[in-house]
Design a protein around this ligand. Structure first.
Ligand SMILES: NC(=O)C1=CN([C@@H]2O[C@H](COP(=O)(O)OP(=O)(O)OC[C@H]3O[C@@H](n4cnc5c(N)ncnc54)[C@H](OP(=O)(O)O)[C@@H]3O)[C@@H](O)[C@H]2O)C=CC1
Ligand SMILES: CC(=O)[C@@H](O)[C@H](O)COP(=O)(O)O
Ligand SMILES: [Mn+2]
Length: 401
């Protein structure tokens, strides 16, 4: 059987590294065509030496210059006896749409992942999606591109992957009601501040916010988990991926992160997918489809865990969820606004220019300011994204640290 040939967007991130870990377990099944990174050229060199792709893309131009100045291509050649094509972000379309490529893993963080992910869908590739922000920014246009080019879009995000596993194999997003699905229940860990007194929120530091209790993840998504902007983005991601109305999408706090999400059916059945909190499981699931392959994850021992608990989210503690509900009812406009404002706010928080509570305040202010906009094309969604970012950055001095 021929190998599945893969381009990994964001190979140097947490999802990229986990993807390569799974791929390394199956040299008979997978081949890496291209690795795409941004600034971490040291790790890119190590990954290139190990997986020997044909192509490397370094999106950050200063980092590409550094790669050249440090003679990394020569180092690669002398250690492998092979040449490696190394280019900048202008090659993204080529490495996603290349005829040799079967699968693109979309694992760049933030809206920067939209363009190559969309190009992959337009070329009819099999896209394994971690980059939820692209779907939040341009869900309608991505789903249209997917349908038009007969591409395959499979979720890596643990909740959506769990839901995908619990839906019928012939699930049709254009006729969701015909399958008897009443509700999707997205589980949420509650993050590091689930029980912290609200009076302490003013003092929360970036180091505390990125310390997720269950998952090892990049800094941006870790802050999103703390504020539940992550769950908000995931509600919108579910809206586009599964085609159910906003009223059928719910969030349930489950602090152990063992039940990754659930599907409730009309007859009262609730199907869940369980596993240790290890992203290699959903990654291996979508890489291996239709087969199940080894992921490297530890096996779940429920007797050892003992108890699984669940609670309703407290909207005072997690007001982002209220903004998400607004966005779900006008997703073409308010979802891109939510995403852009949140990306800027998290960046400003991580750089200690605004406080933790200002993240919500900034997103909320942007949603109010841009609520009456219209989005009728990909270009207008992108223009809105840029405008919101400029507006949010400009508002930083209004927030105190
Ligand atoms: N981590 C997780 O468990 C999960 C993550 N996700 C989603 O997956 C995506 C990646 O998350 P995660 O791996 O944690 O993030 P990381 O911060 O660990 O990695 C981000 C990746 O994106 C690259 N990158 C950053 N900015 C740019 C840019 N402007 N252009 C091109 N590449 C860029 C980084 O390159 P470099 O490091 O070389 O600078 C790195 O490879 C996010 O959308 C996240 O929401 C979804 C579910 C779970
Ligand atoms: C692993 C994964 O999919 C993350 O999106 C995860 O869900 C984060 O945990 P929270 O439930 O705390 O947001
Ligand atoms: Mn998730």
């Amino acid at each position: 059987m021929s190998k599945q040939v893969i381009t990994i967007l964001g190979s140097t991130g947490t999802i990229g590294v986990n993807t390569l870990d799974v791929i390394a377990r199956h040299p008979d099944k997978f081949e890496v065509f291209c690795l795409v990174g941004h600034k971490n050229i040291q790790l890119l060199l190590e990954q290139a030496l190990r997986f020997q792709p044909e192509h490397l893309v370094i999106c950050d131009s200063a980092s590409l210059d550094q790669w050249i100045a440090l003679g990394f291509s020569n180092q690669y050649r002398s250690q492998t006896g092979k040449t490696l094509e190394v280019t900048g972000q202008e090659s993204l379309t080529t490495v996603c749409q290349h005829e040799k490529v079967d699968t693109v893993v979309a694992a760049i963080v933030g809206a920067a992942g939209l363009f190559p992910t969309l190009r992959s869908l337009e070329a009819g590739k099999r896209v394994l999606l971690a980059n939820k922000e692209s779907l939040v920014l341009a869900g309608r246009f991505m789903m249209e591109a997917c349908l038009k080019a007969k591409a395959t879009l499979l979720p890596i995000d643990s909740e959506h992957n769990a839901i995908y596993q619990c839906l019928p194999a012939d699930y049709d997003i254009k006729q969701p009601a015909s399958h008897g699905v009443d509700r999707l229940i997205l589980t949420a860990s509650g993050g590091p501040f689930r029980t912290l007194p609200l009076s302490c929120f003013e003092q929360i530091t970036p180091a505390q916010a990125v310390a997720h209790p269950n998952w090892v993840m990049g800094r941006k998504i870790s802050v999103d988990s703390a504020t539940m902007a992550n769950k908000s983005l995931e509600l919108i991601e579910a809206l586009w991926l599964f085609g159910l109305p906003a009223t059928s999408l719910s969030v349930l706090i489950h602090p152990q992160s063992i039940v990754h999400s659930m599907v409730e059916y009309r007859d009262g059945s609730v199907l869940a997918q369980l596993g240790c909190p290890d992203m290699r499981t959903p990654i291996a699931h979508v890489l291996g489809l239709p087969n199940r392959i080894e992921s490297g994850s530890a096996r779940l021992n429920l007797a050892e865990i003992g108890n699984l608990s669940f609670e309703e989210p407290d909207l005072n503690r997690f007001p982002m969820l209220t903004l998400a509900r607004q966005a779900l009812h006008k997703p073409d406009v308010l979802a891109p606004v939510f995403n852009a404002a949140n990306e800027i706010a998290v960046d400003e928080f991580l750089n200690e220019r605004i406080g933790y509570k200002d993240i919500y305040a900034m997103v909320s202010e942007c949603m109010a300011s841009f609520a009456d906009r219209a989005v009728d094309s990909l270009d207008s969604a992108f223009d809105l994204d840029q405008e919101v970012r400029a507006h949010a950055r400009q508002s930083v001095p209004e927030f105190s640290r």
